[in-house]
Structures are given as C-alpha cells and as structure tokens.
Ligand binder design. Structure first.
Ligand SMILES: Cc1cc2nc3c(=O)[nH]c(=O)nc-3n(C[C@H](O)[C@H](O)[C@H](O)COP(=O)(O)OP(=O)(O)OC[C@H]3O[C@@H](n4cnc5c(N)ncnc54)[C@H](O)[C@@H]3O)c2cc1C
Length: 275
C-alpha cells in the first residue's frame, strides 16, 4: 500500500501545492499539451478558504499565459453561488476558462444552475456531463443551444433510475446531442474505441473538440486517436491534498486501474511524454 501511495504521489498528480501544479503545467505545455488545472481541496476547509485557493489558482495559471483552463468542484464550496460567482468573475477578468466538474446525479441541478447563471457572459464556464445519466441528453441539448463548452465523461456515479445504462452507448448519445454546438466539446475518456467514435462524430458535424485525459492514466492509445484526427489534447492536472485518497480508493475499487499502475511502475509509460 505504501508503494502504491508513493507511486500515486510521484506520477499520478501534480502534488499537494499550487506550485507543484504550475511546474507540471509548464512542462506539459513545453510538450505541446493544453491543460486544465484542478484543485482538490482539503475537505475540512471552509468554502471561503477553498474559494480563496481557487482564486489564487486562477490568478497564477492565468499569469503563466499557457493554453490552460481551471476545473472547479462546486460541491466543495457547498454550491455557494456568491463564492462561485467570484471565481467566474475573476476568471473572466483574467481571461481564463472555468469548468465545473460533475459529482453524483443529485447535485446535477445545482451545477447546471451555476452554468446557466453565467451563460452568455464573457468566458462563461463550461461543465461536465456524464454519459451514465439519462438526464444528460436533455442537459446536452440545453447547453448546445447556449453554446456552452461541455466535457463528456462516462461518469463515476450511476443514474439510479437507469442503473444498467451502457456506458459507451450513453456516452455516444450525449456526444450526438452536442454535435453542432458552438462551444467546444471535451472528449474525456481513456477508452480509445470510444474516443475514436466520439471524435469522428463531432468532426463529421463540424464541431470543435479536443481529447481530455486525466494526468497519469494510460494515454498511449487515446493520444494516437487524437493525433490521427489532429485534435488538441488537454490534460487534467489534479493537485491538492484530497487527490491521493481519492485516487487510491478508485484504484482499489477497479482492478484494471491497479494493473495499469503496476505496469506503469514497471515500464514507466510517462517517460515518453515527460522526459
Ligand atoms: C479529463 C477527465 C475528467 C473527468 N472528470 C470527471 C467528472 O467531473 N466527474 C465524473 O464523474 N467523472 C469524471 N471523470 C472520470 C470518468 O467518468 C471515468 O470514470 C474515467 O475516465 C474512466 O472511464 P474511461 O472512459 O476513461 O475509460 P475506462 O472505462 O476506464 O476504459 C479504459 C479502457 O478499458 C477498455 N474498455 C472500456 N470499456 C470497454 C468495453 N465496453 N469493451 C471493451 N473494452 C472496454 C478500453 O479499451 C480502454 O482502454 C473524468 C475523466 C477524465 C479523463
């Protein structure tokens, strides 16, 4: 367990501090990758303290003047509209894109309200839609009409009313709803087959898209897909204290991730991206 923890610390997230994220951001940019920097706060901090940390992140990343956005977890600020509004305003002022990650389906309405509150404004934030939820079809149509940027994921939380929804089919159904959107679509998956299908459909519809990858998970096949279609690649860089317990719990729940981690520990798949 200690070895796995050490591996996760060294190779699967930027580090505990903003400075760690900034350094990694710079390195990935030098390799030609876009990024989204995501702060994973200490769950015991107050929403105000967390919002201040996000503000510092927005300012510092904007200052780097790279192709970067900021990913925010509204739930850790208790969906406080004033605090999150501050983040959206600051991001607009410094000209950096903001994105709201998704959590369990019971928080979907609150997240959507935040997006709708600033839709149409300068640098209006985008959000994540899981293919695992039936409601994402409706949400996707609404966001497409508004031209809001959407990241599509399979989703870590299931839809209780549709628990058996096939993840690949659900994902592609959401992608189909986003075809024709003015906002860019983030194809966030490490499933190369799915990435290929999604990117093909979006490009056929003339829709701007990019491949989004979680820093540290296997990318060899998915990067090949992005390069085949000449679409940009954006890495999600998590930093902050709560990433390690999160990553570890996910790894332990999914044997395939553990296999990836062990294989990477042996063969160091990152060596071809980060020298
Ligand atoms: C940038 C980014 C941001 C994210 N943000 C969020 C978020 O805000 N909220 C959230 O809930 N989740 C988020 N996630 C996590 C996401 O929901 C998934 O849990 C996670 O990405 C794993 O799914 P996957 O699509 O990457 O591929 P996986 O399902 O892990 O598949 C990877 C590999 O398994 C194989 N595979 C998968 N399915 C099949 C199949 N049916 N048949 C054969 N082979 C298969 C593929 O060959 C592939 O190589 C994010 C993920 C990314 C990449």
């Amino acid at each position: 367990m200690d070895a796995l923890r050490a591996r996760l610390s060294s190779a699967y997230y930027a580090g505990p501090a903003l400075g760690d994220a900034l350094r990694l951001n710079q390195r990935l940019s030098q390799q030609g990758f876009a990024t989204t920097v995501g702060y994973w706060p200490d769950a015991t901090a107050t929403p105000r303290v967390i919002a201040d940390a996000y503000l510092a992140c927005i300012d510092a990343v904007a200052n780097q003047q790279l192709d970067s956005t900021i990913s925010v977890k509204p739930m850790v600020m208790a969906f406080n509209a004033d605090l999150i509004g501050e983040l959206a305003e600051r991001a607009g002022q410094v000209g950096i894109g903001l994105h709201y990650d998704s959590r369990a389906i019971e928080f979907a309405d609150q997240t959507l309200e935040l997006v709708l509150a600033s839709a149409g404004q300068r640098a209006s934030p985008g959000c994540t839609l899981p293919g695992a939820w039936h409601r994402s079809l409706r949400d996707a149509e609404r966001l497409r009409e508004l031209g809001v940027g959407v990241r599509v994921v399979k989703g870590m939380w299931r839809d209780p009313d549709h628990p058996d929804l096939n993840l690949r089919e659900g994902y592609l159904a959401v992608i189909d709803r986003l075809c024709g959107s003015a906002g860019p679509v983030g194809v966030a998956t490490h499933d190369a087959w799915l990435a290929r299908q999604a990117v093909q459909r979006l490009l056929d519809a003339g829709t701007r898209c990019e491949l989004e990858q979680l820093f540290g998970l296997p990318t060899r096949e998915t990067l090949r897909v992005a390069r085949h279609f000449s679409v940009p690649i954006r890495f999600y860089l998590p930093y902050g204290k709560s990433w390690i317990p999160y990553a570890l719990s996910k790894a332990l729940r999914r044997p395939r991730v553990l296999l990836w981690l062990m294989r990477d520990a042996l063969f160091g798949h990152w060596s071809y991206v980060l020298k």
